[in-house]
Design a protein around this ligand. Structure first.
Ligand SMILES: [Zn+2]
Ligand SMILES: [Zn+2]
Length: 205
C-alpha cells in the first residue's frame, strides 16, 4: 500500500513538473476561447476589414482572424433587389461557422430585416442573441468617421452574439439604434453589459 501511494505521488509530481503537460493544459484552456472570424462580403475593402479586426483585438483576449472576401449567398437579395436580407446573411454565416468560432460579416451594401409592418427595414447590423454570427454594414453610416462607427456597430452586434439584449442605459453601446445613426453618442458598454462581456473574455472600458 505504501509503495502504491508513493508511486501515485511520483506520478502526480511528474505531471506538475512536466513542461509538455503544462503546455497540454494551457492548450486545453486556450481552446475554450472562441475565435472571432471577420468575414468581408463581396467588394468590402480588405483594409477596412483589417481595421475592424485590429480594433476587436484590442478588446478581445481570444484570437481574431480576417477571412478572404466571399460572394453574397444566392437568394440573399430582397424581392426588389435593393437590399440584402440581413437575416439570410447571418443564417448563412452561422451555418458555415464551426463550433469554437464566431463570425461577423462586413458589407458596404444596404441590409434589411422584417420589422412589424415593414417587410424590408433598413438596418446597420444584425446578430443572433445569443449565437455564433452577426453582420454589420457601412451603408447607413454618415460622416467622416465611418470606420469608427462601423466598429461600434460591429461590437454592438458581437455583444448580441454573447447574449446581450438592448440596453436602456444612455451612452451604452448596446442601445437600440432604431434605424438611426446616432453612434457618436455611444462611447462604451455600461457596467452591466461590461460584466457579461468580461466573463466571455472581453476587456472593454
Ligand atoms: Zn441591436
Ligand atoms: Zn448596457
Amino acid at each position: 500500500m505504501k509503495s502504491f501511494l508513493f508511486y501515485l505521488f511520483i506520478l502526480f509530481f511528474c505531471c506538475h513538473t512536466d513542461a509538455q503537460s503544462n503546455n497540454f493544459f494551457k492548450k486545453l484552456l486556450d481552446k475554450k476561447k472562441i475565435t472571432i472570424v471577420i468575414q468581408p462580403f463581396d467588394k468590402f475593402p480588405q483594409a477596412s476589414a483589417n481595421y475592424i479586426a485590429n480594433q476587436v483585438k484590442k478588446v478581445y483576449s481570444g484570437s481574431v482572424v480576417v477571412n478572404k472576401p466571399i460572394n453574397f449567398p444566392i437568394n440573399s437579395l430582397n424581392s426588389t433587389r435593393s437590399r440584402y436580407r440581413a437575416d439570410s446573411l447571418i443564417r448563412f454565416l452561422s451555418k458555415n461557422t464551426s463550433s469554437g468560432f464566431l463570425s461577423i460579416g462586413l458589407t458596404n451594401k444596404d441590409i434589411s430585416t422584417t420589422k412589424g409592418k415593414y417587410q424590408d427595414w433598413g438596418i446597420m447590423g444584425l446578430g443572433y442573441c445569443p449565437g455564433k454570427s452577426c453582420i454589420a454594414s457601412t451603408y447607413r453610416l454618415k460622416g467622416n468617421n465611418q470606420l469608427d462607427k462601423l466598429y461600434k456597430v460591429a461590437i454592438h452586434e458581437l455583444g448580441h452574439t454573447q447574449g446581450l439584449a438592448h440596453c436602456p442605459e444612455k451612452g451604452c453601446l448596446m442601445r437600440d439604434a432604431k434605424g438611426k445613426d446616432d453612434l457618436n453618442s455611444l462611447h462604451s458598454f455600461c457596467q452591466k453589459c461590461n460584466a457579461v462581456l468580461t466573463k466571455a473574455g472581453w476587456s472593454l472600458n
